[in-house]
Design a protein around this ligand. Structure first.
Ligand SMILES: *Cc1c(COP(=O)(O)O)cnc(C)c1O
Length: 424
């Protein structure tokens, strides 16, 4: 089935006990064992079933199956936020003394995690000069355990050449981990281009209504962990924390996501609540429709801004003169996301006046809501960075980031128009 259909039906069949058509919210912590023997078999992973909601929950399970289907992966693990998903995705492959190589264009908190938090655990993140595969390859050494990128960078708007990045990563026997939050599987499925792991903040376009935090790690099932067991012994050697379980033996192609759940979710517990999973599933049902309108409105707004001389520049991959236009053609089917940045003529002061004058468009640090949103990254999401780091992430002082919603396009441009007038 296609993604429009999977978004509505994927991962769920009418509940056999109650015949409920909507996905039930299984608001329970634990699950009863039939007997001591049944409990033992569950703990030995000999039979399928739920034990405790930190490890699995039937409502979250539907969400996991649905996203795995949308991305074309073998399995997924839902967690409480996009940041938790990022954290787990890296911990699952890198240990103290290892490093990963990342593109520089990152979401602000991801940059903080990589530059300041993971190094405290002995995992260094090497930031490439650019998102070019050659710039990434230059930083690889014997201790490198993954490449990391955002398929579409937030807020830089760069589109990564996933096929080329995956090729270089695989040449060095390491996986490519992709944050696909901005594109969503409706515009781009990174596994189709060789990526090995995808993570999402479900908080954004997938949930789509700005009501619910959530994250997910998705496994392509294709990375040959056994072949590279010198670098990744955690998948093919007995796990002392789980009475000698060998993930590649027991789970085959799902070794990565099984270990993510069994080791990190079980012991660190960034659990998604079943109610949140339900709310996110409600959002996901309409994601394909919403993305259509986001894309259409995004183009209308980008053209409005480009044609207005109160605007200094517009960074929108839908324009032919954008340096990522060709990559957007290949990876997004030419359907540029509704995330864009622009500079108000008159620098920081004019940008602040513009920002303060917005009425319909909300001032906040979120994206991917049905509502149109505006953010000033330099003072908020990317505030913790040095000026150099901000530049690397594509953030400038006068820059406004827009996430265009699904309102009527004329109402959005009218708000921009009056705010630009106020900035003059
Ligand atoms: C928001 C965001 C995150 C973090 O997700 P949370 O759900 O807020 O933790 C990660 N990556 C990108 C690209 C984001 O936009």
């Amino acid at each position: 089935m296609r993604n429009e259909t999977l978004a509505i039906h994927g991962g769920y069949e009418v509940d056999p006990t109650t015949k409920a058509v909507a996905v039930p919210i299984y608001q329970t912590v634990a699950y009863a064992f039939d007997s001591a023997e049944h409990g033992a078999a569950l703990f030995n992973l000999e039979v399928e079933g739920n034990r405790y909601s930190r490890i699995s929950n039937p409502t979250c399970d539907v969400l996991e199956r649905r996203i795995a289907l949308l991305e074309g992966g073998v399995g997924a693990l839902s967690v409480s936020s996009g940041q938790a998903a990022l954290h787990y995705s890296v911990l699952n492959v890198a240990r103290n003394g290892n490093n990963i190589v990342s593109v520089p264009q990152l979401y602000g908190t991801t940059h903080t995690l990589f530059a300041h938090v993971l190094p405290q655990l002995g995992i260094n993140v090497r930031f490439a000069e650019s998102d070019h595969p050659a710039a990434m390859e230059k930083l690889v050494d014997d201790n490198t355990r993954a490449f990391f990128c955002e398929s579409v960078g937030n807020p830089a708007g760069n589109v990564c050449d996933l096929e080329a990045l995956a090729k270089v990563a695989h040449k060095h026997g390491i996986p490519l981990i992709v944050d696909n939050t901005v594109a969503t599987p409706i515009l781009l499925r990174p596994f189709d281009y060789g990526a090995d792991v995808v993570i999402h903040s479900l908080t954004k376009f997938l949930g789509g209504h700005g009501t619910t935090m959530g994250g997910i790690v998705v496994d392509s099932g294709k990375f040959p962990w056994l072949e590279h067991s010198d670098r990744f012994p955690m998948f093919s050697e007995p796990d002392a924390s789980y009475h000698g379980l060998v993930y590649t033996d027991h789970f085959g192609p799902s070794a990565y996501i099984a270990r993510c759940r069994t080791v990190y979710q079980r012991t660190m517990g960034s659990v998604l609540s079943p109610l949140s999973a339900f709310l996110l599933l409600q959002g996901i049902e309409t994601v394909a429709l919403r993305i259509d309108r986001h894309v259409e409105n995004g183009r209308r707004v980008a053209e409005f801004l480009r044609d207005d001389d109160r605007v200094e520049w517009v960074n929108y991959v839908g324009f032919e003169d954008n340096r990522y236009h060709a990559l957007a053609g290949k990876y997004l089917g030419g359907r540029a996301c509704s995330l864009m940045t622009f500079g108000v003529r008159g620098g920081y002061k004019a940008a602040a006046k513009f920002y303060d004058a917005l009425k319909l468009i909300k001032r906040l640090v979120n994206l991917g809501d049905a509502k149109s949103l505006a953010c000033h990254p330099a003072s908020t999401t990317h505030r913790q960075m040095s000026a150099d780091e901000q530049r690397g992430a594509g953030v400038t002082l006068e820059m406004i980031r827009l996430s265009i919603g699904i309102e009527h396009a004329d109402d959005i441009t009218a708000d921009l128009d009056q705010a630009l007038a106020a900035a003059k």
